[in-house]
Design a protein around this ligand. Structure first.
Ligand SMILES: C[S@@+](CC[C@H](N)C(=O)[O-])C[C@H]1O[C@@H](n2cnc3c(N)ncnc32)[C@H](O)[C@@H]1O
Length: 304
């Protein structure tokens, strides 16, 4: 972490907090159960060992802890040290609100209760080159939330190979699938959202040009090639007028990405942004964002 800018990810952290409830509500319970069953069976009574890639401020961790049984060990990895700090600061009160004790020491969180012993180890690392493969060792579950649209197909093939090598199941959730819709419709929706999807395919530093809207299919191919059985289910957001802050963030983000791809369209995009924000202010805006959840298990693991 640099000293000149101690919280470079403050805006991202705020966004991750804003979307946490929407992510949790849209996730597939069936695929969560498949992943949890596979990981617990592989752990065979020992602590379930999980790797969370691109963990951010820990939304995936907090969603999954209640599903993974009484003894868990988590390795949570992100390049943002400040995000990992936020993860610890959000997860400790989250645990306390459930009547669990939570202790933080040296970047590690220990959560304990009558039926839970959970250790969370944080590691700051650039996952782009996947240079340190030791993070996969001894893991029964490799997971990531809202990450897969940023990664390349070759990055996914590497992760699938590591999951096979270490006998881990994989659960990837909230994978953007390229289907956005705004209501009421605006004449420029199609143009701006197409530019946003083009931006989704640019290189995000995770192994080359990102799979973007094709990430679910790229993950399916990568894991099937390693002998996994893959299942996916919709995990869409439907964001209503009561989530105005989330809507404003999305509209600004779509417009910003569209401008980057096509600076010549800046005026059209800005006019669109202002019209859409006015609809949000009027309490009449509905946004839909398409996602999939995906689980990959080997035939020796239960897959529901
Ligand atoms: C959209 S956020 C999702 C965060 C979290 N999984 C969640 O669902 O709230 C993507 C995360 O990936 C992390 N990330 C992106 N590129 C990365 C890289 N090259 N190495 C490590 N982490 C990265 C970001 O810092 C960010 O926390």
């Amino acid at each position: 972490m640099t000293t000149s800018n101690p919280t470079p990810n403050a805006e991202l952290s705020g966004w991750l907090k804003l979307r946490e409830a929407a992510d949790a509500a849209s996730r597939s319970n069936a695929l969560t159960a498949v992943a949890a069953g596979a990981a617990r069976a592989a752990a065979d009574g020992a602590p379930v060992r999980v790797l969370d890639l691109g963990t951010g401020a820990g939304s995936n961790l907090r969603f999954l802890i209640p599903h993974l049984g009484p003894r868990q060990h988590w390795l949570v990895v992100d390049r943002g040290e400040d995000l990992l700090h936020d993860l610890l600061m959000r997860t400790a009160p989250w645990a306390a609100s459930r009547g669990l004790s939570a202790a933080i020491a040296a970047g590690r969180l220990t959560i304990a209760g009558s039926d839970l012993e959970c250790v969370v180890e944080t590691t700051a690392m650039d996952l782009g080159p996947l240079a340190d493969r030791s993070i996969f060792e001894d893991r029964q579950l490799v997971t990531a939330s809202a990450l897969l649209d940023l990664v390349s197909p070759s990055w996914l093939r590497t992760v699938a190979g590591e999951c096979r090598r270490h006998g881990a199941a994989a659960l990837f959730t909230i994978i953007y699938n390229g289907h956005n819709a705004c209501a009421p419709e605006d004449t420029a929706d199609g143009r701006v959202l197409a530019l946003f999807n083009e931006h989704q395919r640019t290189d995000k530093g995770l192994g080359g040009p990102a799979a973007g809207p094709s990430a679910t299919e790229a993950a399916r191919l990568a894991f099937e090639a390693e002998g996994f059985t893959v299942r996916s289910e919709p995990a869409d957001w439907a964001i209503g007028p009561d989530s105005a802050e989330m809507q404003r963030y999305l509209i600004d983000g779509w417009a910003g990405a569209a401008r980057e791809v096509s600076p010549d369209d800046a005026a059209v995009i800005e006019a669109w942004r202002l019209r859409r924000l006015a609809v949000v202010e009027a309490g009449a805006s509905h946004l839909a964002v398409g996602h999939f959840d995906l689980v990959a298990t080997r035939s020796s693991q239960p897959n529901g």
